[in-house]
Design a protein around this ligand. Sequence first.
Ligand code: IMP
Length: 436
Amino acid sequence: MSNVIIVGTQWGDEGKGKIVDLITERFDVVARYQGGHNAGHTVCISDRQFILHLIPSGILHADKCCVIGNGVVIDPAALDEELQMLSEAGIFTEGRLFISNRAHLILPYHTAVEEAEERLRGAKAIGTTSRGIGPCYEDKMARRGLRVGDLQHPDRFRQKLSDRVEQKNRLLEQVYQAPRLDVQAIFERTMQRAPQLLSFATDTAEYLSGAINDGKSVLFEGAQGTQLDVDHGTYPFVTSSNATAGGACTGTGVGPSRINGVIGIAKAYTTRVGAGPFPTELRGEIEVRIREKGTEYGASTGRPRRCGWFDAVVVRYAGLINDLSTLVITKLDVLDGLDEIRICVAYKYRGEVLRFFPTDMEILSQVDPVYESHPGWQTDTSQIHDYDELPQAARSYLNRLSELVGADISIISLGPNRDETIILEESSRLKALLKE
Ligand code: IMP
Protein backbone atom coordinates (compact mmCIF):
# COMPACT_ATOMS: atom_id res chain seq x y z
CA MET A 1 0.00 0.00 0.00
CA SER A 2 1.29 3.44 -0.89
CA ASN A 3 1.47 6.58 1.19
CA VAL A 4 0.97 9.61 -1.01
CA ILE A 5 1.07 13.40 -0.67
CA ILE A 6 -1.28 15.71 -2.57
CA VAL A 7 0.06 19.23 -3.09
CA GLY A 8 -1.10 22.39 -4.79
CA THR A 9 1.38 23.55 -7.43
CA GLN A 10 0.18 27.15 -7.73
CA TRP A 11 -1.29 29.62 -5.21
CA GLY A 12 -3.84 27.25 -3.69
CA ASP A 13 -7.44 26.64 -4.78
CA GLU A 14 -6.30 24.17 -7.45
CA GLY A 15 -9.21 21.83 -6.70
CA LYS A 16 -7.31 19.53 -4.33
CA GLY A 17 -10.48 18.78 -2.33
CA LYS A 18 -12.18 17.08 -5.25
CA ILE A 19 -9.09 15.03 -6.15
CA VAL A 20 -8.53 13.96 -2.54
CA ASP A 21 -12.17 12.93 -2.38
CA LEU A 22 -11.87 11.06 -5.67
CA ILE A 23 -8.89 8.92 -4.69
CA THR A 24 -9.66 8.57 -0.98
CA GLU A 25 -11.26 5.18 -1.61
CA ARG A 26 -7.77 3.78 -2.31
CA PHE A 27 -6.49 4.90 1.11
CA ASP A 28 -7.31 4.06 4.71
CA VAL A 29 -6.35 7.34 6.39
CA VAL A 30 -6.37 10.95 5.20
CA ALA A 31 -4.10 13.38 7.09
CA ARG A 32 -3.83 17.18 7.04
CA TYR A 33 -0.33 18.41 7.83
CA GLN A 34 -0.31 22.21 7.79
CA GLY A 35 -2.41 25.36 7.67
CA GLY A 36 -5.68 25.80 9.43
CA HIS A 37 -9.17 27.04 8.62
CA ASN A 38 -7.68 29.47 6.11
CA ALA A 39 -8.05 26.57 3.66
CA GLY A 40 -11.34 25.81 2.00
CA HIS A 41 -11.84 22.48 0.29
CA THR A 42 -15.06 22.30 -1.70
CA VAL A 43 -16.33 18.80 -2.39
CA CYS A 44 -19.50 18.00 -4.34
CA ILE A 45 -21.12 14.62 -3.82
CA SER A 46 -24.25 14.07 -5.92
CA ASP A 47 -26.22 17.26 -5.33
CA ARG A 48 -24.63 18.05 -1.98
CA GLN A 49 -21.79 20.51 -1.59
CA PHE A 50 -19.48 20.43 1.44
CA ILE A 51 -16.92 23.08 2.27
CA LEU A 52 -14.34 21.81 4.72
CA HIS A 53 -11.74 24.09 6.22
CA LEU A 54 -9.98 22.05 8.86
CA ILE A 55 -11.13 18.45 8.81
CA PRO A 56 -9.76 16.38 5.90
CA SER A 57 -12.34 15.76 3.20
CA GLY A 58 -11.80 12.01 3.72
CA ILE A 59 -14.31 12.38 6.56
CA LEU A 60 -17.06 12.30 3.92
CA HIS A 61 -16.24 8.59 3.37
CA ALA A 62 -17.73 6.61 6.25
CA ASP A 63 -15.00 3.94 6.31
CA LYS A 64 -11.98 6.28 6.39
CA CYS A 65 -10.07 7.72 9.32
CA CYS A 66 -8.82 11.30 9.33
CA VAL A 67 -5.93 12.96 11.09
CA ILE A 68 -5.28 16.61 11.87
CA GLY A 69 -1.51 16.56 12.33
CA ASN A 70 0.79 18.51 14.62
CA GLY A 71 1.62 20.97 11.81
CA VAL A 72 -1.99 22.21 11.63
CA VAL A 73 -3.19 25.17 13.71
CA ILE A 74 -6.64 24.74 15.22
CA ASP A 75 -9.20 27.34 16.14
CA PRO A 76 -11.49 25.49 18.59
CA ALA A 77 -14.47 27.59 17.47
CA ALA A 78 -13.88 26.78 13.80
CA LEU A 79 -13.49 23.09 14.59
CA ASP A 80 -16.69 23.14 16.62
CA GLU A 81 -18.56 24.72 13.72
CA GLU A 82 -17.26 22.15 11.26
CA LEU A 83 -18.08 19.21 13.53
CA GLN A 84 -21.58 20.57 13.91
CA MET A 85 -21.99 20.95 10.14
CA LEU A 86 -20.87 17.33 9.64
CA SER A 87 -23.14 16.06 12.39
CA GLU A 88 -26.13 17.89 10.89
CA ALA A 89 -25.30 16.26 7.54
CA GLY A 90 -25.40 12.84 9.24
CA ILE A 91 -21.62 12.31 9.08
CA PHE A 92 -20.19 10.89 12.28
CA THR A 93 -16.67 11.62 13.41
CA GLU A 94 -16.35 9.66 16.67
CA GLY A 95 -13.60 7.05 16.38
CA ARG A 96 -12.67 8.30 12.90
CA LEU A 97 -11.05 11.65 13.62
CA PHE A 98 -7.71 11.97 15.41
CA ILE A 99 -6.26 15.34 16.34
CA SER A 100 -2.64 15.79 17.34
CA ASN A 101 -2.19 16.85 20.93
CA ARG A 102 0.87 18.75 19.64
CA ALA A 103 -1.18 20.93 17.24
CA HIS A 104 -1.20 24.60 18.21
CA LEU A 105 -4.35 26.46 19.15
CA ILE A 106 -5.53 29.62 17.43
CA LEU A 107 -6.98 31.80 20.18
CA PRO A 108 -8.90 35.09 19.90
CA TYR A 109 -5.76 37.19 20.47
CA HIS A 110 -4.22 35.78 17.28
CA THR A 111 -7.08 37.12 15.20
CA ALA A 112 -7.05 40.46 17.03
CA VAL A 113 -3.30 40.92 16.46
CA GLU A 114 -3.58 39.91 12.80
CA GLU A 115 -6.38 42.37 12.11
CA ALA A 116 -4.42 45.16 13.82
CA GLU A 117 -1.23 44.30 11.90
CA GLU A 118 -2.93 44.15 8.51
CA ARG A 119 -4.63 47.50 9.25
CA LEU A 120 -1.25 49.03 10.08
CA ARG A 121 0.35 47.64 6.92
CA GLY A 122 -2.22 49.62 4.89
CA ALA A 123 -1.42 49.42 1.18
CA LYS A 124 1.30 46.85 1.96
CA ALA A 125 -1.15 44.41 3.55
CA ILE A 126 -0.65 40.72 2.70
CA GLY A 127 -4.39 40.22 2.28
CA THR A 128 -4.52 37.33 4.72
CA THR A 129 -7.68 35.38 5.46
CA SER A 130 -7.85 37.10 8.91
CA ARG A 131 -8.13 33.75 10.68
CA GLY A 132 -5.19 34.28 13.05
CA ILE A 133 -3.04 31.75 11.18
CA GLY A 134 0.17 33.83 10.95
CA PRO A 135 0.20 35.04 14.58
CA CYS A 136 -0.46 31.48 15.80
CA TYR A 137 2.53 30.12 13.87
CA GLU A 138 4.57 33.11 15.12
CA ASP A 139 3.83 32.06 18.70
CA LYS A 140 4.68 28.46 17.87
CA MET A 141 8.11 29.47 16.56
CA ALA A 142 8.62 31.91 19.45
CA ARG A 143 7.93 28.95 21.77
CA ARG A 144 5.01 30.60 23.50
CA GLY A 145 2.19 28.76 21.75
CA LEU A 146 -0.57 26.80 23.47
CA ARG A 147 -1.23 23.32 22.19
CA VAL A 148 -4.21 20.97 22.16
CA GLY A 149 -2.56 18.86 24.88
CA ASP A 150 -2.39 21.90 27.19
CA LEU A 151 -6.19 21.79 27.48
CA GLN A 152 -5.87 18.65 29.59
CA HIS A 153 -4.64 20.73 32.52
CA PRO A 154 -7.05 23.65 33.00
CA ASP A 155 -5.07 25.30 35.82
CA ARG A 156 -1.80 25.26 33.92
CA PHE A 157 -3.62 26.31 30.77
CA ARG A 158 -5.18 29.29 32.62
CA GLN A 159 -1.76 30.39 33.84
CA LYS A 160 -0.11 30.16 30.43
CA LEU A 161 -3.07 31.84 28.78
CA SER A 162 -2.90 34.69 31.25
CA ASP A 163 0.79 35.30 30.40
CA ARG A 164 0.08 35.25 26.66
CA VAL A 165 -2.96 37.54 26.85
CA GLU A 166 -0.98 39.99 28.99
CA GLN A 167 1.77 40.06 26.33
CA LYS A 168 -0.77 40.50 23.51
CA ASN A 169 -2.60 43.23 25.40
CA ARG A 170 0.62 45.21 25.69
CA LEU A 171 1.08 44.81 21.95
CA LEU A 172 -2.52 45.65 21.11
CA GLU A 173 -2.68 48.71 23.34
CA GLN A 174 0.78 50.16 23.00
CA VAL A 175 1.66 49.35 19.39
CA TYR A 176 -1.66 49.01 17.59
CA GLN A 177 -3.90 51.23 19.76
CA ALA A 178 -6.45 48.41 19.73
CA PRO A 179 -8.74 47.31 22.61
CA ARG A 180 -7.53 44.92 25.34
CA LEU A 181 -8.75 41.34 25.53
CA ASP A 182 -10.23 39.68 28.60
CA VAL A 183 -8.36 36.55 29.80
CA GLN A 184 -11.26 35.09 31.74
CA ALA A 185 -13.64 35.35 28.77
CA ILE A 186 -11.12 33.60 26.48
CA PHE A 187 -10.46 30.93 29.11
CA GLU A 188 -14.13 30.17 29.63
CA ARG A 189 -14.94 30.04 25.93
CA THR A 190 -11.96 27.77 25.22
CA MET A 191 -12.68 25.43 28.14
CA GLN A 192 -16.29 25.05 27.00
CA ARG A 193 -14.97 23.55 23.78
CA ALA A 194 -12.10 21.61 25.36
CA PRO A 195 -13.92 18.34 26.20
CA GLN A 196 -15.01 17.82 22.60
CA LEU A 197 -11.57 18.71 21.21
CA LEU A 198 -9.82 16.48 23.74
CA SER A 199 -12.07 13.57 22.85
CA PHE A 200 -10.30 13.49 19.45
CA ALA A 201 -6.80 14.28 20.76
CA THR A 202 -3.99 11.76 20.68
CA ASP A 203 -0.37 11.33 19.62
CA THR A 204 -1.13 11.22 15.90
CA ALA A 205 2.51 10.51 14.94
CA GLU A 206 2.22 7.27 16.87
CA TYR A 207 -1.22 6.57 15.39
CA LEU A 208 0.05 7.08 11.83
CA SER A 209 3.17 5.03 12.40
CA GLY A 210 1.07 2.16 13.77
CA ALA A 211 -1.36 2.41 10.86
CA ILE A 212 1.48 2.25 8.31
CA ASN A 213 3.08 -0.67 10.17
CA ASP A 214 -0.27 -2.47 9.95
CA GLY A 215 -0.21 -2.11 6.17
CA LYS A 216 -2.65 0.80 5.99
CA SER A 217 -2.12 3.55 3.45
CA VAL A 218 -2.15 7.26 4.18
CA LEU A 219 -3.07 10.15 1.93
CA PHE A 220 -1.46 13.39 3.06
CA GLU A 221 -3.73 16.28 2.10
CA GLY A 222 -1.87 19.55 1.55
CA ALA A 223 -3.66 22.85 1.93
CA GLN A 224 -2.84 26.08 0.05
CA GLY A 225 -0.15 25.68 -2.63
CA THR A 226 3.57 25.75 -3.39
CA GLN A 227 3.62 29.50 -4.04
CA LEU A 228 2.05 30.11 -0.61
CA ASP A 229 4.70 28.03 1.20
CA VAL A 230 6.51 30.14 3.78
CA ASP A 231 9.95 29.02 2.51
CA HIS A 232 9.45 28.32 -1.17
CA GLY A 233 6.59 30.65 -2.12
CA THR A 234 6.32 34.30 -3.07
CA TYR A 235 7.53 35.49 0.34
CA PRO A 236 6.27 37.60 2.10
CA PHE A 237 2.98 37.13 0.24
CA VAL A 238 2.61 33.60 1.56
CA THR A 239 0.91 31.71 4.34
CA SER A 240 2.88 30.81 7.47
CA SER A 241 3.37 27.08 6.99
CA ASN A 242 5.08 24.61 4.67
CA ALA A 243 2.41 23.82 2.11
CA THR A 244 4.92 21.85 0.00
CA ALA A 245 5.50 18.10 0.18
CA GLY A 246 8.22 18.36 2.83
CA GLY A 247 5.64 19.75 5.24
CA ALA A 248 3.90 16.37 5.26
CA CYS A 249 6.79 14.87 7.24
CA THR A 250 7.27 17.65 9.77
CA GLY A 251 3.54 18.25 10.03
CA THR A 252 2.63 14.65 10.89
CA GLY A 253 5.78 13.04 12.25
CA VAL A 254 5.92 10.47 9.44
CA GLY A 255 9.43 10.02 8.06
CA PRO A 256 10.19 10.70 4.36
CA SER A 257 11.17 7.14 3.51
CA ARG A 258 7.67 5.96 4.36
CA ILE A 259 6.14 8.16 1.66
CA ASN A 260 5.95 6.77 -1.87
CA GLY A 261 5.03 9.69 -4.08
CA VAL A 262 3.58 13.13 -4.63
CA ILE A 263 0.58 14.07 -6.75
CA GLY A 264 0.67 17.71 -7.86
CA ILE A 265 -2.58 19.52 -8.63
CA ALA A 266 -2.65 22.42 -11.09
CA LYS A 267 -5.55 24.36 -12.46
CA ALA A 268 -5.66 24.68 -16.28
CA TYR A 269 -5.10 28.40 -15.67
CA THR A 270 -3.85 30.32 -12.63
CA THR A 271 -5.57 32.08 -9.74
CA ARG A 272 -4.48 33.72 -6.53
CA VAL A 273 -6.22 35.51 -3.67
CA GLY A 274 -4.58 38.16 -1.56
CA ALA A 275 -1.77 40.48 -2.56
CA GLY A 276 1.58 39.70 -4.20
CA PRO A 277 3.18 39.32 -7.63
CA PHE A 278 1.27 37.32 -10.24
CA PRO A 279 3.01 37.53 -13.65
CA THR A 280 0.24 36.07 -15.83
CA GLU A 281 -2.61 37.99 -14.20
CA LEU A 282 -5.32 38.99 -16.67
CA ARG A 283 -7.41 42.12 -16.57
CA GLY A 284 -10.65 42.76 -18.40
CA GLU A 285 -13.04 40.57 -20.29
CA ILE A 286 -11.17 37.23 -20.21
CA GLU A 287 -10.43 37.52 -16.49
CA VAL A 288 -14.11 38.16 -15.74
CA ARG A 289 -15.13 35.28 -17.98
CA ILE A 290 -12.74 32.85 -16.26
CA ARG A 291 -13.75 34.07 -12.79
CA GLU A 292 -17.46 33.69 -13.47
CA LYS A 293 -17.25 30.35 -15.29
CA GLY A 294 -14.78 28.94 -12.78
CA THR A 295 -16.64 30.44 -9.78
CA GLU A 296 -13.34 31.87 -8.67
CA TYR A 297 -14.34 33.23 -5.29
CA GLY A 298 -12.53 32.23 -2.07
CA ALA A 299 -14.13 29.21 -0.35
CA SER A 300 -13.12 30.64 3.05
CA THR A 301 -13.52 34.38 2.56
CA GLY A 302 -15.68 34.80 -0.55
CA ARG A 303 -13.08 37.19 -2.01
CA PRO A 304 -12.89 37.29 -5.84
CA ARG A 305 -9.76 35.44 -6.97
CA ARG A 306 -7.34 37.10 -9.35
CA CYS A 307 -7.21 35.06 -12.59
CA GLY A 308 -4.53 34.56 -15.24
CA TRP A 309 -3.11 32.23 -17.88
CA PHE A 310 -1.33 28.98 -16.95
CA ASP A 311 2.18 29.79 -15.80
CA ALA A 312 4.45 26.86 -16.67
CA VAL A 313 7.39 28.50 -14.84
CA VAL A 314 5.38 28.34 -11.61
CA VAL A 315 4.27 24.72 -12.04
CA ARG A 316 7.70 23.55 -13.24
CA TYR A 317 9.14 25.11 -10.09
CA ALA A 318 6.53 23.22 -8.04
CA GLY A 319 7.76 20.06 -9.77
CA LEU A 320 11.25 20.78 -8.53
CA ILE A 321 10.28 21.64 -4.95
CA ASN A 322 7.85 18.75 -4.50
CA ASP A 323 9.43 16.15 -6.78
CA LEU A 324 6.08 15.46 -8.41
CA SER A 325 5.35 11.87 -9.39
CA THR A 326 2.42 12.93 -11.55
CA LEU A 327 0.26 15.92 -12.36
CA VAL A 328 -3.51 16.47 -12.20
CA ILE A 329 -5.06 19.25 -14.29
CA THR A 330 -8.32 20.66 -12.97
CA LYS A 331 -11.01 22.96 -14.36
CA LEU A 332 -10.06 22.43 -17.99
CA ASP A 333 -13.74 22.98 -18.90
CA VAL A 334 -13.49 26.59 -17.71
CA LEU A 335 -11.41 27.32 -20.82
CA ASP A 336 -14.13 25.94 -23.17
CA GLY A 337 -15.20 28.46 -25.80
CA LEU A 338 -12.12 30.70 -25.77
CA ASP A 339 -10.66 31.54 -29.19
CA GLU A 340 -7.10 31.66 -27.94
CA ILE A 341 -5.42 30.23 -24.83
CA ARG A 342 -1.99 31.34 -23.67
CA ILE A 343 0.70 29.56 -21.70
CA CYS A 344 3.54 31.42 -20.02
CA VAL A 345 6.73 29.50 -20.83
CA ALA A 346 9.34 31.88 -19.40
CA TYR A 347 9.73 35.41 -18.03
CA LYS A 348 11.53 38.40 -19.48
CA TYR A 349 13.31 40.74 -17.10
CA ARG A 350 15.17 43.77 -18.49
CA GLY A 351 15.64 42.02 -21.82
CA GLU A 352 16.91 38.79 -20.27
CA VAL A 353 14.88 35.55 -20.53
CA LEU A 354 14.38 33.83 -17.16
CA ARG A 355 13.40 30.17 -17.32
CA PHE A 356 13.55 29.61 -13.57
CA PHE A 357 11.39 31.06 -10.87
CA PRO A 358 13.16 34.08 -9.36
CA THR A 359 13.80 34.24 -5.61
CA ASP A 360 13.61 38.05 -5.58
CA MET A 361 9.99 39.21 -5.47
CA GLU A 362 10.98 42.66 -6.76
CA ILE A 363 12.15 40.94 -9.94
CA LEU A 364 9.04 38.73 -10.10
CA SER A 365 6.80 41.78 -9.84
CA GLN A 366 8.56 43.36 -12.84
CA VAL A 367 8.85 40.42 -15.24
CA ASP A 368 6.92 40.18 -18.49
CA PRO A 369 5.53 36.73 -19.27
CA VAL A 370 6.76 35.11 -22.49
CA TYR A 371 3.62 33.57 -23.96
CA GLU A 372 2.89 30.80 -26.37
CA SER A 373 -0.45 31.08 -28.09
CA HIS A 374 -2.66 28.01 -28.52
CA PRO A 375 -5.98 27.70 -30.34
CA GLY A 376 -9.00 27.25 -28.08
CA TRP A 377 -11.84 24.77 -28.58
CA GLN A 378 -15.54 25.49 -28.96
CA THR A 379 -16.81 22.20 -27.49
CA ASP A 380 -18.42 21.73 -24.05
CA THR A 381 -15.92 19.35 -22.44
CA SER A 382 -17.75 18.95 -19.13
CA GLN A 383 -19.60 15.80 -20.24
CA ILE A 384 -16.60 14.06 -21.80
CA HIS A 385 -15.37 10.95 -19.98
CA ASP A 386 -12.79 9.68 -22.40
CA TYR A 387 -9.49 11.39 -23.13
CA ASP A 388 -9.68 10.54 -26.83
CA GLU A 389 -12.99 12.37 -27.10
CA LEU A 390 -11.53 15.66 -25.95
CA PRO A 391 -11.18 18.17 -28.80
CA GLN A 392 -7.79 17.98 -30.52
CA ALA A 393 -6.95 21.53 -29.34
CA ALA A 394 -7.59 20.56 -25.71
CA ARG A 395 -5.37 17.48 -26.04
CA SER A 396 -2.60 19.56 -27.61
CA TYR A 397 -2.92 22.08 -24.78
CA LEU A 398 -2.63 19.33 -22.14
CA ASN A 399 0.33 17.73 -23.92
CA ARG A 400 2.12 21.04 -23.98
CA LEU A 401 1.47 21.64 -20.26
CA SER A 402 2.87 18.21 -19.46
CA GLU A 403 5.93 18.81 -21.62
CA LEU A 404 6.64 22.24 -20.12
CA VAL A 405 6.17 21.11 -16.53
CA GLY A 406 8.09 17.89 -17.05
CA ALA A 407 5.48 15.62 -15.45
CA ASP A 408 2.92 13.25 -16.93
CA ILE A 409 -0.74 14.13 -16.54
CA SER A 410 -2.79 11.35 -14.98
CA ILE A 411 -6.14 12.94 -14.13
CA ILE A 412 -8.10 15.70 -15.86
CA SER A 413 -10.98 17.32 -14.02
CA LEU A 414 -13.79 18.86 -16.05
CA GLY A 415 -16.24 19.93 -13.38
CA PRO A 416 -16.85 19.83 -9.63
CA ASN A 417 -18.58 16.42 -9.47
CA ARG A 418 -16.84 13.06 -9.12
CA ASP A 419 -18.03 11.84 -12.52
CA GLU A 420 -16.73 14.92 -14.34
CA THR A 421 -13.25 13.46 -14.42
CA ILE A 422 -11.00 11.65 -16.87
CA ILE A 423 -8.51 9.24 -15.31
CA LEU A 424 -5.81 8.30 -17.76
CA GLU A 425 -5.64 4.56 -17.32
CA GLU A 426 -2.28 4.34 -19.06
CA SER A 427 -0.62 6.54 -16.43
CA SER A 428 1.76 4.04 -14.89
CA ARG A 429 2.91 6.56 -12.28
CA LEU A 430 -0.61 7.00 -10.94
CA LYS A 431 -1.27 3.27 -11.08
CA ALA A 432 1.85 2.60 -9.06
CA LEU A 433 0.81 5.14 -6.44
CA LEU A 434 -2.77 3.94 -6.16
CA LYS A 435 -2.06 0.24 -6.22
CA GLU A 436 -4.10 -1.83 -3.80
P1 IMP B 1 -3.13 33.46 5.73
O1 IMP B 1 -2.91 32.04 5.39
O2 IMP B 1 -4.52 33.77 6.23
O3 IMP B 1 -2.07 34.00 6.63
O4 IMP B 1 -2.99 34.31 4.36
C1 IMP B 1 -1.75 34.45 3.70
C2 IMP B 1 -1.94 34.39 2.19
O5 IMP B 1 -2.30 33.06 1.83
C3 IMP B 1 -3.04 35.30 1.65
O6 IMP B 1 -2.66 35.73 0.35
C4 IMP B 1 -4.22 34.36 1.54
O7 IMP B 1 -5.16 34.81 0.59
C5 IMP B 1 -3.53 33.09 1.08
N1 IMP B 1 -4.28 31.87 1.41
C6 IMP B 1 -4.39 31.27 2.62
N2 IMP B 1 -5.13 30.15 2.53
C7 IMP B 1 -5.47 30.02 1.24
C8 IMP B 1 -6.19 29.02 0.51
O8 IMP B 1 -6.66 28.01 1.02
N3 IMP B 1 -6.30 29.24 -0.83
C9 IMP B 1 -5.75 30.31 -1.44
N4 IMP B 1 -5.07 31.26 -0.81
C10 IMP B 1 -4.92 31.12 0.53
